[in-house]
Write a protein that binds this ligand. Structure first.
Ligand SMILES: NC(=O)c1ccc[n+]([C@@H]2O[C@H](COP(=O)([O-])OP(=O)(O)OC[C@H]3O[C@@H](n4cnc5c(N)ncnc54)[C@H](OP(=O)(O)O)[C@@H]3O)[C@@H](O)[C@H]2O)c1
Length: 330
C-alpha cells in the first residue's frame, strides 16, 4: 500500500519536509490502519527533524506521533475497533500521512463531542500531563502547582489537569498572549517570567511557596522555580524547550527536603503498555465527561508541516497546531 506523506530526507535546522509517497506495510495481527484526518504537531517532531533530538531515526523519516481519523482496515485478530470507527491514535511516528498503521492498543475511540482537530492534538500533551501529575507526582486537592511554559502544549494540559485534580495553579510564561491562554484554561496566578522575579511572584501568590513545579522549559527558569518550592515540595523535570538543560545547586533540593522527579513518558510507555493503555483510557474518559478541555488548535494544511515545525522551534506557536489532510468543509 502507498500513502502520501510529509517526509524528512535530511536533518536540517529549521526542519524541511517534502510531500512524497511512502510504502506502508499491510496491517499485521493486532494492527489497525487509520485514515488520518488531522495530526498533532509536536515540539519533539521539530527537534527530531532538526537533528537536535537525543535519538535520530533512520531516514527517510515520516514524523507524526498522534492522529485522529477513521479506521479503514483491520489486521487479523483485532477485536476492539471496527471499520468506520472514528478514533484517536498514538502512532509513535508516521502520522504526517494520509494513512498510518497503528497497534490496536494505541487506538482509542474519539471522545464524544470532540472534533478531530482537538482530538488529534490531545494525546501527547495530555498523556504527558497525566503521566506527570497522576503517575510520577500525584497532585492533590488544594496544592499549589507552578507550571512553566504554561502557554505551550504540555503547559496548558498540565494547567487543565492540575485544576481537574482540585489543585490551584500559577501559570508562568514569556508573554501576555501565552498567559491569557493559561488564564482562559483556569490558571489563578500569572507570572511573566521574562520580566518578573519568578521565585518571588510564585511565593507571593501561593502564600509562602508552591507544592509542585512542572518544568517543560529548563534553562534559566528552573532554578528560581525550584527555589519557589515550599518544604517537601516536588519539582517535575519534563523537558528542555529552551534548549538548555538547567544545572541547579543541589543544596536547594536538600534545603526543605524537596524532591526532584524525572518524567519520561516515552520509556514508560514502552515498558508499561498495559499501564499506558489505562492512562489513555482514563484520558479519553475524562475528556468525554468534560473534566478535561483540550483547546482548539490552530488548523494548518499537512503540506505546511515543515514550516510549522520551524515556527515551533522559533517560539512562534501558542497552544497546539493540527495538520489537516483535507481542506475546511471538505
Ligand atoms: N518528559 C516527557 O515525557 C515529554 C513528553 C513530551 C514532550 N516533552 C518535552 O516537553 C517540552 C515542551 O513540549 P511542548 O509540547 O509543550 O512544546 P511547546 O508547545 O512548543 O511549548 C514549549 C514552551 O516552552 C517555552 N520555551 C522557552 N524557550 C523556548 C524556545 N527556545 N523555543 C521554544 N519554546 C520555548 C515556550 O513558552 P514561553 O515562551 O512562555 O517560555 C513554549 O510555550 C519539549 O522539550 C518536549 O520535547 C517531554
Amino acid at each position: 500500500m502507498r500513502t502520501k506523506a510529509m517526509v524528512c530526507h535530511t536533518f536540517t535546522d529549521p526542519p524541511s519536509l517534502e510531500l512524497g509517497e511512502v510504502t506502508l506495510r499491510a496491517p499485521g495481527p493486532g494492527e489497525i490502519v487509520v485514515a488520518v484526518r488531522a495530526a498533532g504537531a509536536n515540539y519533539v517532531d521539530a527537534l527530531i527533524c532538526s537533528g537536535r533530538y537525543q535519538l535520530q531515526p533512520a531516514l527517510p523519516y515520516v514524523p507524526g506521533s498522534e492522529v485522529a481519523g477513521e479506521v479503514v482496515a483491520l489486521g487479523p485478530g483485532v477485536v476492539t475497533r471496527q471499520l468506520g470507527d472514528r478514533v484517536v491514535a498514538l502512532t509513535g511516528e508516521g502520522g504526517y500521512a494520509e494513512v498510518v498503521v497503528v497497534p490496536e492498543a494505541a487506538v482509542l475511540p474519539l471522545p464524544g463531542g470532540l472534533d478531530e482537530e482537538r482530538a488529534a492534538v490531545m494525546l501527547q500533551s495530555y498523556g504527558t500531563a497525566l503521566f506527570t501529575l497522576d503517575e510520577r507526582c500525584p497532585v492533590t486537592r488544594g496544592e499549589w502547582v507552578l507550571v512553566l511554559g504554561a502557554g505551550g502544549g504540555i503547559g496548558l494540559a498540565c494547567v487543565d489537569l492540575a485544576l481537574a485534580r482540585g489543585a490551584r495553579v500559577i501559570a508562568a510564561a514569556s508573554d501576555d498572549e501565552r498567559l491569557r491562554a493559561a488564564a482562559a484554561r483556569g490558571a489563578e496566578g500569572l507570572v511573566r517570567y521574562d520580566r518578573d522575579d519568578l521565585k518571588d511572584q510564585a511565593r507571593r501568590i501561593s502564600g509562602g511557596g508552591v507544592d509542585v513545579v512542572v518544568d517543560p522549559v529548563g534553562g534559566a527558569f528552573s532554578e528560581p522555580a525550584l527555589r519557589a518550592l515550599r518544604p517537601f515540595g516536588r519539582f517535575c523535570v519534563v523537558g528542555f524547550a529552551s534548549g538548555q538543560i538547567a544545572k541547579v545547586p543541589l543544596n536547594q533540593v536538600l534545603l526543605g527536603n524537596r524532591q526532584v522527579v524525572g518524567v519520561e513518558w516515552g520509556s514508560w510507555v514502552v515498558a508499561n503498555p498495559d499501564g499506558n493503555s489505562q492512562l489513555l483510557s482514563r484520558l479519553v474518559g475524562m475528556v468525554g465527561r468534560g473534566e478535561l478541555h483540550p483547546a482548539a488548535p490552530t488548523r494548518r494544511p499537512l503540506p505546511e508541516a515543515g514550516q510549522v515545525l520551524g515556527e515551533m522551534l522559533s517560539r512562534q506557536v501558542i497552544g497546539k497546531v493540527a495538520l489537516v489532510t483535507r481542506p475546511e468543509g471538505a
